[in-house]
Write a protein that binds this ligand. Structure first.
Ligand code: SAM
Length: 219
C-alpha cells in the first residue's frame, strides 16, 4: 500500500509531475498574493526549503530581484533537476543546492543572511514543521520574511476538484486529503507564531491552499 505520509520524492515521475504542475500551482494568483503580502522591495537572498525542481527559485530571481539563491531538499533527483533549471534559466544568479532531510536537523547554512525564506507544499510533509520554521527564522536577516504556501483543511470538495483538474484520480485525491490538508490556515499561522515570527498574515487561494507570511522583527 502506498505510504501517503511519506511520498517517494526520488521517483523521476514525481519530479516530472512537480515540473508539469508548477505553472498551475504557482500561477498569477500566487504571485499577486505573495507580492502584496511581502511588499515590493527586492529580496536579494532567497532560501527555498523543499525546493523540489527549483522553479520557484528561478522565478524568485526573475520576479523578486534575487541574486543569491539557496535550495534545500532531501531528494537528489529533485536537486539534479533544480541544478539544470538554475544553470540554464538563471545563468547570472549565484546559487547553492543542499541535499538535506530537514526532519533530521538543520543543514549548514549561515544565519541572518536571507531576505526571504520560502517553502512550497512542504509543511504538511514534515514531521516537526515547528522546528523547521525556527530554522527558517534563524536564516532570516532582521526584517526578513518567512513565507509558506500549503494545502489547508476545511473544503475537501475544493481540494478534490483542484487535484482532479490537475490529473489526479478522484479516489486518490480523497485518500490524500487528510495528509495534504492536515492543517487549517489558523494552524499554520500558529506554527509561525510559535517559531517567533511576527506580523503574521494569510491569504487563501481557492479555498484549498493558502499563503502565510511572518516577519523576523528587529530585537
Ligand atoms: C510537494 S514537493 C514541492 C516542491 C516545490 N516546493 C514545489 O512546490 O514545486 C515537496 C518537496 O519537499 C521535499 N521534502 C519532503 N520532505 C522533506 C524533508 N524532510 N526535508 C527536505 N525536503 C523534503 C521533497 O523532496 C519535495 O521536493
Amino acid at each position: 500500500m502506498e505510504d501517503l505520509g511519506r511520498a517517494d520524492w526520488q521517483d523521476p515521475k514525481r519530479v516530472a509531475c512537480m515540473i508539469e504542475s508548477y505553472r498551475h500551482r504557482y500561477g498569477a494568483a500566487f504571485w499577486t498574493a505573495l507580492r502584496d503580502m511581502i511588499g515590493a522591495s527586492p529580496r536579494m537572498c532567497v532560501v527555498d526549503l523543499g525546493c523540489g525542481p527549483g522553479l520557484f527559485l528561478v522565478d524568485a530571481a526573475r520576479l523578486l530581484g534575487a541574486n543569491t539563491l539557496y535550495g534545500i531538499d532531501a531528494s537528489r533527483e529533485m536537486l539534479g533537476q533544480a541544478q539544470e533549471f538554475l544553470e540554464t534559466l538563471s545563468p547570472d544568479v549565484s546559487f547553492r543546492l543542499i541535499c538535506h532531510d530537514l526532519d533530521q536537523g538543520d543543514p549548514p547554512l549561515g544565519t541572518e543572511n536571507a531576505d526571504l525564506v520560502f517553502s512550497g507544499f512542504l509543511l504538511h510533509e514534515l514531521e516537526r514543521p515547528e522546528r523547521v520554521l525556527l530554522f527558517a527564522r534563524c536564516l532570516l536577516k532582521p526584517g526578513g520574511v518567512c513565507a509558506a504556501m500549503d494545502y489547508v483543511s476545511g473544503d475537501e470538495a475544493a481540494f478534490v476538484d483542484a487535484m482532479t483538474h490537475s490529473g489526479m484520480a478522484e479516489e486518490q485525491a480523497r485518500k490524500r486529503y487528510p495528509h495534504m490538508c492536515k492543517r487549517s490556515v489558523d494552524d499554520i499561522m500558529h506554527l509561525f507564531e510559535e517559531a517567533g515570527l511576527r506580523r503574521i498574515s494569510a491569504c487563501r487561494l481557492g479555498n484549498y491552499r493558502a499563503v502565510v507570511i511572518g516577519v523576523k522583527v528587529f530585537k
